[in-house]
Design a protein around this ligand. Structure first.
Ligand SMILES: [Zn+2]
Length: 441
């Protein structure tokens, strides 16, 4: 500990110099954190000073045109870091050939004057995907001791969304080039797709349009469905990756495909895709993964029954009995009987959109091939995990629909992408990608 004696002396002196007796541990913690912050700021300034060569070469190669750039002078820059603003000076070179200037030190250490440092941006976006930016700004300032406006957090979060978008673009290119003739990597891979809704801004005086936020997940699962619909659902999804965007179905399909190929969907021995029954989802699955086993999520299918019972019977016991009876038929794959039971409740004088029974008949008829639940259960497939429900809840409801959140289309897209990446557990991976794209690896 000999080497620490110098520091220990400084620390003892610091304690002795505290004016008053502390009131509490909290006060001691606060004082120390503020002091460490100031020490950190000073240390980073000194470090940057140390990194600057004592003698700047009179000429260096221009990074823009490979011409000869001449040393001009030292110029001051300001960095925004987790240790506060740091002023530093570094050599500036100007190229006579192309007329552009550059700072070798900035390039070497990826210093971006006036912009958030990569570390600050990583943490700002991490807070920004959790909550509205105004709250995120308060939380960030409390935890980090350095303040950041809600606009800065918004910007950082969107930058992470843009990185996710770029990664998806790269995955798409890789998927186009991938050799699909390789050995199976996985026995079984699940995918699921759903949509949530987000309200976006419109020019003044026009209605604020709702947009469909499309969300998908790839995952593996352990456990099996219960023996009866009321049994315990012991299925656990793991290795989940989420993706999301507000795009027409066809473009969203490219993300579905690229992320699926990355997860080994092309090589999986069994690829199982769960959906809520919406036509656009099955169209995309047919197009990109024709080999997939398509399953209508059990819970989505069941949701069609209660409204039929409600419109057919006044008495709640009768409603419950009807739902239980028809749900059992559905569980056993007796689709003819399910459809007939709904057909009995049809009120032909109503328009289809006003009659839950007509809607149920159409729904079960269109999706009957995807509701062979006895076979799925026999094969040990999961038929309704809540994985995608939970994704919609965590992305659409918890972050995008919170009160006070009004989105322009682009920011809604980017923030949802960043949040999907966070929920996939890939934050550090996205941070690394971002540094790579910024050539700061
Ligand atoms: Zn040049």
């Amino acid at each position: 500990m000999d080497n620490d004696n110098g520091i220990e002396g400084v620390l003892r002196e610091w304690i002795a110099n505290q004016d008053d007796q502390p009131e509490s541990l909290s006060q001691m913690e606060q004082n120390i954190r503020e002091w460490l912050y100031r020490v950190g700021n000073l240390l980073l300034s000194l470090w940057l000073l140390y990194l600057m060569p004592r003698y700047d070469a009179p000429c260096v190669v221009c990074p823009h045109c490979a011409g000869k750039a001449r040393y001009e002078r030292r110029r001051e820059g300001v960095l925004r870091t987790m240790l506060g603003q740091i002023k530093y000076k570094r050599a500036y070179y100007l190229c006579a050939n192309c007329g552009q200037g550059h700072y070798p030190l900035d390039e070497k250490y990826c210093l971006r004057p006036n912009a958030m440092s990569a570390e600050m941006e990583r943490l700002a976006a991490l807070v920004g995907v959790q909550m509205p930016f105004a709250q995120a700004s308060i939380l960030f300032s409390e935890l980090a001791l350095t303040s950041l406006s809600d606009q800065s957090i918004d910007k950082a979060t969107q930058s992470y969304g843009q990185t996710v978008e770029k990664v998806e673009g790269d995955l798409y290119q890789q998927a186009l080039e991938q050799d699909t003739e390789v050995e199976p990597r996985l026995l079984r891979l699940y995918g699921s797709v759903d949509g949530g809704r987000v309200q976006t801004r419109a020019p003044k005086g026009q209605p604020q349009p709702w947009r469909e936020l499309k969300i998908g997940a790839w995952f593996q699962a352990r456990g099996e469905p219960p023996k009866k619909p009321d049994g315990e659902w012991a299925i656990q999804a793991h290795d989940i990756t989420y993706y999301s965007d507000i795009l027409p179905a066809e473009q969203f399909g490219n993300i579905l495909w690229a992320t699926g190929v990355e997860r080994g969907a092309e090589q999986a021995q069994e690829l199982i895709i769960l959906g809520d029954g919406a036509r656009w989802i099955w169209d995309l699955v047919e197009l990109h993964f024709p080999q997939a086993i398509q399953i209508v999520d059990w819970f989505h299918a069941c949701e069609y029954l209660a409204p039929v019972a409600k419109s057919a019977f006044k008495n709640s016991t009768q409603q419950e009995n009807w739902v239980r009876k028809v749900r059992d038929k559905l569980w056993h794959g007796q689709l003819d009987e399910v459809i007939a039971a709904c057909q009995e409740q049809v009120r032909p004088h109503l328009k289809a959109e006003d009659d839950p029974a007509q809607q149920a008949v159409t729904y079960f008829s269109n999706n009957r091939q995807r509701m062979d639940y006895p076979t799925y259960r026999k094969n040990g497939y999961q038929i309704g995990s809540g994985t995608i429900e939970s994704a919609v809840k965590q992305i659409a409801s918890q972050r995008m629909k919170v009160s006070g959140a009004r989105w322009n289309l682009q920011s809604a897209r980017m923030v949802s992408k960043a949040r999907a990446a966070f929920l996939s557990g890939g934050w550090d991976r996205i941070a690394a990608q971002r540094r790579l794209f910024q050539k700061c690896a």
